[in-house]
Design a protein around this ligand. Structure first.
Ligand code: MN
Length: 247
């Protein structure tokens, strides 16, 4: 914090909060992940990459260890770095040390890399090894709500897989809770920041960028999405649902 006034330091903190608001408006309406879960370091005013919540090979054979390592250590880390860079540049512009003409560029970088950091932080948590809660079916009340909003649990599964399989190019499929109506919806997201609207809390997401599956599944995305269903951490998704329901 050397060389930074108290006012600047506070603005930096607000910068972190503002980043999450930006994620909200560009990606979705609140992640319900804490700053700590997102690796926000208030002293250094930077995000750090949180470790995977389980060993890289824990999701074998559904998701292979090498894919997990590259995905987390390289891809996710790249988004954390990009997010920090965008925050730094926006901070400089705010304090008249940067070029205001680049504001739109860095705002887009913030949305893209911030979306990437948020999405992956959720993604690692919404998977679990099969012997630690991964796979199977959700319990009530989530099971019943899925039935209410999709017709049945199996129809939800069908729609979720369809959404994931039919993302054009790179993107994600999400189960979200729309907070005004309380309805659960399945939505596609382009890249990692476009397509969802503010007011939706993400409950469960699947990354269908090729980097998420190509080493093991090559072009067979549907096989990857089928395999993903075996490692969904339903207790965590249920917990997120209950948290979102409480507002
Ligand atoms: Mn990814």
């Amino acid at each position: 914090m050397t060389g930074m006034t108290r006012r600047e330091a506070m603005a930096g903190t607000l910068g972190g909060a503002a980043a999450l608001f930006a994620l909200g408006s560009n990606a979705m309406g609140g992640s319900s992940l804490s700053g700590e879960a997102l690796g926000w370091d208030p002293d250094r005013q930077k995000y750090t990459l949180p470790p995977l919540p389980y060993p890289a090979d824990a999701l074998e054979p559904f998701i292979d260890a090498e894919t997990m390592r590259i995905h987390h250590d390289l891809h996710h880390n790249g988004y954390v770095k990009g997010l920090n860079k965008a925050l730094e540049m926006l901070h400089a512009i705010r304090w008249e040390k940067g070029d205001p003409g680049t504001l739109q560029h860095w705002q887009r970088q913030l949305a893209f890399h911030g979306g990437g950091h948020l999405n992956h932080s959720l993604f690692w948590r919404n998977m679990a090894p099969p012997d630690q809660g991964g796979g199977g079916r959700p319990e009530s009340p989530l099971y019943d709500i899925l039935g209410r909003d999709f017709g049945s649990y199996d129809k939800f599964v069908w729609q979720f897989k369809q959404a994931a399989n039919k993302v054009e190019g790179s993107g994600w499929a999400w189960l979200v809770r729309e907070q005004t109506t309380g309805m659960l919806m399945v939505l596609q997201q382009e890249n990692q920041q476009k397509g969802l609207f503010a007011g939706c809390v993400p409950l469960l997401g699947v990354d269908v960028w090729e980097h998420a599956y190509y080493l093991k599944y090559q072009n067979k995305r549907t096989d990857y999405v089928d395999a993903f269903m075996n490692v969904i951490n339903w207790p965590e998704v249920s917990r997120r649902y209950l948290e979102a329901s409480r507002g």
